[in-house]
Design a binder for this molecule. Structure first.
Ligand SMILES: [Zn+2]
Length: 72
């Protein structure tokens, strides 16, 4: 029998919440700990961070253009 750790990888959804600061403190700590240990999730976290950053810019853009269209 192999000594295999049951490691739950961090999901994309969790990472989105993590970068959006929507996770409870203990979960945030878990994510940080896992990322530090896991190359796969480090790579995933980098991607999600870029996407979530781009997404917040995008929503800001949509909101400002929607403002201009009001009236008429
Ligand atoms: Zn992982």
């Amino acid at each position: 029998m192999r000594a295999q750790r049951t490691v739950e990888h961090v999901t994309t959804e969790t990472l989105v919440d993590y970068f959006g600061h929507r996770l409870p403190e203990h979960e945030e700590a878990n994510v940080e700990k896992h990322i530090a240990d896991c190359d796969e999730c480090t790579a995933l976290a980098r991607r999600v961070r870029r996407v979530s950053h781009a997404m917040s810019k995008w929503t800001a853009k949509v909101h400002s253009s929607a403002k201009r269209r009001t009236g008429g």
